[in-house]
Structure formats: structure tokens, C-alpha cells
Ligand binder design. Structure first.
Ligand code: GTP
Ligand code: MG
Length: 174
């Protein structure tokens, strides 16, 4: 199987969650436009972008991406964006343990209130800042494994693992 005859066109609602400043908007900008903005502004409410990728079996996956605002004042809006989402990408900053704690909060919230079959990815971003790392890679791996999530470390700045993140998600779609 996997030939052209099996090709499908999937549409997938994806939500990004995580503390303010972890790099959610930069990950999306890198994935959708191939750019990095060192002066990225905080997101107000949420923003929407879409991007289509082709898999090896010529299936296409159109990601409809809700990039939420991480500032605490917007936390109450999150259910509007994660409700009905097939995929949640929960992002922390590898230089900031507080953001790793916040990521765990979002995982629990989605386990309680997200779709039961949601695909969850845990992303440690800013992997280019290795000299400032405060969250060991194995902490991310362990937490993701215990919670049945896919785990990856990325850098929106260098583009490291950004396309891989979305390709791996696409492979895990039900
Ligand atoms: P909110 O919209 O407030 O929730 O924040 P956010 O998660 O969208 O953060 P944003 O993408 O705006 O990035 C915040 C800051 O981190 C910006 O100054 C970015 O330039 C920087 N940044 C984002 N990703 C990376 C990365 O991979 N490496 C480095 N070194 N800096 C990054
Ligand atoms: Mg943002």
C-alpha cells in the first residue's frame, strides 16, 4: 500500500500552547514562511495560519494552526482554541524550568478537557541556547513517555527540527 491510489488529503486542526516567550509564534513563522523574527511581538488572543505538507505516499496534510497567546491574562481563552483540535503542540523553553512546569499544566488540562484521541507533542524550543540549558533533554523525554506524547527539541532560530516536528505529527495522525 502507500501508492498514489491511496493518497489522501487531510485537514488537521492544530493548537499551540505554552508560556509566553517560549517561541510558539516563531515556530509557526519558521514552519510556514521559513523565517525567524528576533523581535517577535507577544501574541494577542491568538493567530491563525495554515500550511500544507506532502508525505512520502503523496498524502497531503493541511495544518490549520491556532497559535495561542501565552500570557496569563489569555489563559481563559485557551479552550476556544483547543476544543476540537486533533493535535496539540505544547511548547517550553529549554532554558526555563518555569516554562516546563507550565507545559505540564497544559498537558493535564488537555487530558481533562481536550478531545480523547488528541495527538499531543511536547516541544523543547530554543535548543540553540545549549549553554543556557536548564531543562535536561531526558526530563522532556521522561515526561512525554509517561504521558503518551511525542517529544522533540527544536530551534525556531536555526530551523533545527521544525519541519521534522510537523512531519512526525502527520505520521501519528489516526
Ligand atoms: P506569546 O505570543 O506571548 O505566547 O509568546 P510566544 O511563545 O509566541 O514567543 P515568540 O515566538 O514571540 O518568541 C519570544 C522570543 O523568543 C522572541 O524574542 C524570539 O525571537 C525568541 N525565540 C523564539 N524561538 C527561539 C529559538 O528557537 N531560539 C532563540 N534563541 N530564541 C527564540
Ligand atoms: Mg506568540
Amino acid at each position: 500500500s502507500g501508492g498514489v491510489a491511496d493518497a489522501k488529503n487531510l485537514r488537521v486542526k492544530l493548537v499551540l500552547l505554552g508560556d509566553s516567550g517560549v517561541g510558539k509564534s516563531c515556530i509557526v513563522l519558521r514552519f510556514v514562511r521559513g523565517q525567524f523574527d528576533p523581535t517577535s511581538k507577544v501574541t494577542i488572543g491568538a493567530s491563525f495560519l495554515s500550511q500544507t505538507i506532502a508525505l512520502q505516499d503523496s498524502t497531503t496534510v493541511k495544518f490549520e494552526i491556532w497559535d495561542t497567546a501565552g500570557q496569563e491574562r489569555y489563559a481563559a481563552l485557551a479552550p476556544l482554541y483547543y476544543r476540537g483540535a486533533a493535535v496539540a503542540v505544547i511548547v517550553y523553553d529549554i532554558t526555563s524550568p518555569e516554562t516546563f512546569n507550565k507545559a505540564q499544566y497544559w498537558v493535564k488540562e488537555l487530558q481533562k478537557h481536550g478531545s480523547p484521541d488528541i495527538v499531543m507533542a511536547l516541544v523543547g524550543n530554543k535548543a540553540d541556547l545549549e549553554e543556557k540549558r536548564e531543562v535536561p533533554t531526558h526530563d522532556g523525554i521522561d515526561y512525554a513517555e509517561k504521558n503518551g506524547m511525542f517529544f522533540i527539541e527544536t530551534s525556531a532560530k536555526t530551523a533545527d527540527n521544525i519541519n521534522q516536528l510537523f512531519e512526525e505529527i502527520a505520521k501519528r495522525l489516526p
